[in-house]
Ligand binder design. Structure first.
Ligand code: IMP
Ligand code: MG
Length: 174
């Protein structure tokens, strides 16, 4: 779907936009792991601003290719973001439950501002309505892997983003 040069070209654009928007500010980036790992690493190196990085780890899949809608935080401590300009980075916006839960949780620590940035956004009816401020690519409602995105923990190390073959989606877990 997107090879490495195409991803990097798009990251140049988003990074330039973010760098303009936060020129006079100090960003606190909150990365939603594990899926956003490659995206965050490549994007942040293109943003020449002072910033802090915090990571969150959440899961909602529980081994399936469909979200369960129940978002579990893997750590107890919420990143310190009081009075800060927060930018949440996630790999992909699907049902909206993950980004919704992360945003809601961060709002409880009273940041000055919160924006969201996703590499991919699926064109579909969402379980939860979410406004995104920066989107890398809009895609159809298909299950994609690579460049950090996984299926049952695999394929994250592919340098490109591709659609997972349907027969793999249906195969029992092992
Ligand atoms: P949501 O809560 O349904 O919006 O899903 C968001 C999370 O589910 C993302 O952070 C991904 O980790 C995962 N996800 C959603 N769609 C895909 C996909 O097509 N491939 C791989 N992971 C996905
Ligand atoms: Mg994820």
């Amino acid at each position: 779907m997107f090879d490495e040069p195409a991803i990097h070209r798009r990251l140049d654009d988003i990074a330039a936009q973010i760098s303009r928007d936060y020129r006079e500010k100090e960003l606190t980036v909150i990365a939603v792991l594990h899926g956003s790992l490659m995206f965050v690493a490549d994007l942040l190196r293109r943003i020449p601003l002072p910033l802090k990085l915090e990571c969150l780890s959440v899961t909602s899949y529980h081994g399936r290719a469909q979200t369960s809608g129940e978002v579990t935080f893997r750590q107890i401590a919420i990143p310190d973001a009081v009075g800060r300009d927060v930018l949440i980075l996630d790999d992909i916006l699907d049902s909206g439950f993950t980004l919704g839960a992360v945003r809601e949780t961060l709002e409880t620590v009273k940041p000055r501002s919160i924006r969201t940035c996703v590499l991919l956004s699926k064109r579909k009816q969402r379980g939860r309505q979410i406004d995104t401020d920066y989107v890398g690519f809009e895609i159809e409602d298909e299950f994609v892997v690579g460049y950090g995105l996984d299926f049952r923990g695999r394929y994250r190390n592919l340098p490109y983003i591709g659609v997972l073959r349907k027969e793999l989606l249906e195969r029992p877990d092992k």
